[in-house]
Design a binder for this molecule. Structure first.
Ligand code: KMH
Ligand code: ZN
Length: 291
């Protein structure tokens, strides 16, 4: 889908010379703090991480939060406080996860939007997720999408497999353009049960996206580096962070989210498509500044 906002932003940032949007996903719902001590799980740790990642080149933060015992939670009060704290400390686009953990109910996941984020993730289909199943039936996808439109929360379409791309076409066809007027997708590659994380799959997936859509890609685990380079080579944007990988290199754990953003920004520089600022990202994605 080519929209007014998307066309304007894309032409302003200039085809293959377009700057690179870097999203950081610092926490996720899967890793245990006890196993990964560098994982940010408290609000203080998250805010510190956000500031470091902004400094390193991130423009968007994809947020999952934890409770007092460092377990994943969708508690609305905590989510609302998190949105406010991140807005106060940084100018990053605050994108809340509506995926949560595989155990979260649809009602809880829909209620995430009531925390008033700039943006949210919206997964376009069910996918096997290791030994679990990440459930996203059509009725839930449409309820969530219609709510993003009503509240003006800009969705990022999370695509774990090719069927999700077909569902995205159906969603846009039946329910129209998203809040912000521009379609932006994230290819989540290398999940055990989803599409593999390699360059050939990435190119095929990109060719199936709606016309005019922009996209980023992230590779889970050991696919993170190949997917990063494939995305840059194919003209896409990047998502990195400890939600997706906790290993920086073979045998070397990630020390901080900021070092993953630094590596992504360095690669983007080498590709002559340097990291874009949050302001440029807002223009690209049609996300108003609510601060
Ligand atoms: N934690 C996964 C089950 C999202 O944030 O929207 C789902 C996920 C996707 O991480
Ligand atoms: Zn997530």
């Amino acid at each position: 889908m080519t929209t007014q906002a998307g066309t304007t932003a894309q032409s302003r940032t200039g085809g293959s010379r377009q700057a690179t949007l870097i999203t950081v996903a610092p926490t996720g719902a899967e890793s245990e703090k006890s196993a990964v001590p560098a994982l940010p799980v408290t609000l203080e740790e998250l805010v510190t991480t956000a500031k470091e990642c902004r400094e390193a080149g991130a423009a968007v933060i994809h947020v999952h939060i934890r409770d007092g015992a460092a377990k994943p939670t969708l508690d609305l009060g905590r989510l609302t406080d998190t949105v406010h704290a991140l807005r106060e400390a940084t100018d990053l686009i605050v994108q809340l996860s509506t995926g949560g953990a595989v155990t979260d109910s649809f009602d809880r996941r829909l209620a995430v939007l009531d925390a008033g984020p700039d943006a949210c993730s919206l997964t376009c289909g069910t996918v096997n997720f290791g030994d679990d199943v990440f459930m996203n039936p059509w009725g839930f996808i449409t309820d969530l999408y219609v709510k993003t439109q009503a509240l003006g929360v800009v969705p990022e379409f999370e695509l774990f497999d090719f069927g999700h791309i077909a569902a995205l076409h159906r969603l846009l066809g039946e329910h129209g353009a998203p809040a912000g007027g521009h379609v932006h997708c994230d290819l989540v590659m290398g999940v055990p049960g989803g599409m593999p994380g390699n360059a050939a799959t990435l190119v095929q997936a990109v060719s199936a996206l709606p016309a005019g859509a922009t996209w980023s890609a992230t590779g889970i685990g050991r696919s993170s580096v190949p997917v990063l380079f494939a995305a840059l080579a194919a003209g896409g944007h990047l998502r990195v962070g400890m939600e997706d990988t906790v290993t920086f290199a073979r045998g070397r754990p990630v020390a901080s989210n900021a070092e993953l953003v630094e590596r992504a920004a360095a690669a983007a520089d080498l590709a002559q498509r340097p990291a874009m600022s949050p302001g440029e990202a807002r223009e690209l994605l049609g996300v108003p500044d609510r601060r």
